[in-house]
Ligand binder design. Sequence first.
Ligand code: GTP
Ligand code: MG
Length: 209
Amino acid sequence: MKIKTSRFERAAFRAADEPRAKGPDVILLGRSNVGKSSLINRLLGTKNLARTSSQPGRTQSVNFYRVNEAWYFVDLPGYGWARVPEAVRRSWKPMVDGYLARRRARIALALLIVDSRHQATELDLTMKQWLEAENVRYLVAATKSDKLSASVRARRERTLLEEFGASTVCEKPILVSVRSGRGMGELWRSVDASLEAWSQMTGADSGAG
Ligand code: GTP
Ligand code: MG
């Protein structure tokens, strides 16, 4: 996809904050600190559009990034928030669950983001099961692959496949890195194809072409 424009549209804390504009959502889900916001920046070719942090719990709202004035990247607060205070965590769950319930029909693709250095957690697998049960097109992307040696990367590709199996979009989870750029082409191909599929299914323009 050629990115003509991208902008941060808004942070939603409740249903009323969600944007009304038409078009599909491409969402990023995954544990805190795996690199969801960094990935949005890399995919859009922007440095600081999405705020990132070395501390988990940076993204505390459902953030909407409008791309080509046609569709949204949606950055969700990370789950499994190890070092995030319990009270904050509790306020996120209804926010994320509410988003998923209200905008289910708009989700063209979910990128389930995991850290390539760590084994899948119970919560990662729960998210995957949810996506499958809801029939959402999804793809597992394992980030920070620049931190792995070539031999560990090869091994990790196999174990990721054992942990997650094939997704609805790819035969196997893909290794990505915002540092090296690994996997960006594959991610964009999946996004493009999913926007196209969404538009065919709904008869609405997704801004895919
Ligand atoms: P929350 O908003 O807390 O859910 O986190 P997040 O998933 O949005 O993570 P974020 O993008 O803020 O990144 C967390 C940390 O990981 C930051 O220090 C990033 O620089 C780093 N990071 C993200 N992606 C990569 C990557 O591909 N390689 C390396 N080496 N570091 C990365
Ligand atoms: Mg974030």
